[in-house]
Design a protein around this ligand. Structure first.
Ligand code: RB5
Length: 209
């Protein structure tokens, strides 16, 4: 069966990781570019509308990863640049072991200070990245492992940072989840009142000690 995200046939003898990753083949940069050029990524209608926006209308994206998320971050960067997004890459730059909070904080600060509109973080699971990013005032980081939770994190929770796990999702799923996040809009209304209650917590004095 062709992959429903990129229409590519699965490779013979491709190794499969356990859990949701499943898809064994890696997306190299050239292949990603080719898929974008030839529209081979099958995007839902809403995402296609988002990809038609001009660069000026698209949110600026801050990207960050640790060693576990490095390859995925490189793929996301190539994909987003091909799709016309302005991307700032906060590292890391290799698969050498690093500490994920260092990159989560860089990306979260860029979003906090309005240098970028949204952030995307990748580590092994997304969990540590989200924990660290959520310590930065004004940042609402959500871990999403599928397109639905990524979209809902924007529509209901006004998430401004997406955290994903490169040991949980394969390359295709990571692109799909990122696109779902980027093409969704905050729904406002009753959700705004709830977000305001979260934002109020940024004003609480830090406990001593
Ligand atoms: C690194 O091994 C791993 O702990 C990190 O990538 C992440 O999964 C933490 O949440």
């Amino acid at each position: 069966m062709p992959c429903r995200h990129c229409l590519a046939e699965p490779e013979r003898n491709a190794s499969s990781a356990p859990g949701r990753k499943g898809h064994g083949d890696r997306l190299d940069g050239q292949r990603l570019q080719r898929m974008v050029r030839t529209d081979r990524i099958a995007l839902p209608l809403k995402m296609m509308d988002a990809s038609r926006k001009s660069s000026a209308e698209k949110p600026r994206i801050a990207l960050g990863a640790d060693h576990a998320g490095f390859r995925a971050k490189e793929n996301i960067k190539k994909y987003l640049q091909s799709a016309g997004y302005a991307v700032s890459d906060a590292g890391t730059w290799s698969e050498e072991s690093v500490d994920y909070p260092d990159f989560a904080i860089k990306v979260a600060r860029r979003v906090q200070q309005g240098q970028d509109d949204l952030g995307i973080l990748v580590c092994g699971t997304g969990i540590g990245m989200a924990m660290a990013a959520n310590k930065i005032g004004g940042v609402r980081a959500a871990v999403a492992h599928d397109a639905l939770t990524a979209r809902m994190s924007r529509e209901h929770n006004d998430a401004n940072v997406l955290a994903m796990g490169a040991r949980v999702l394969n390359e295709h799923q990571i692109i799909e989840v990122a696109e779902s996040f980027l093409s969704a809009q905050f729904a406002g209304g009753r959700h705004q009142r709830r977000i305001d209650k979260i934002s109020e917590l940024d004003q609480e004095p830090k406990p001593r000690g």
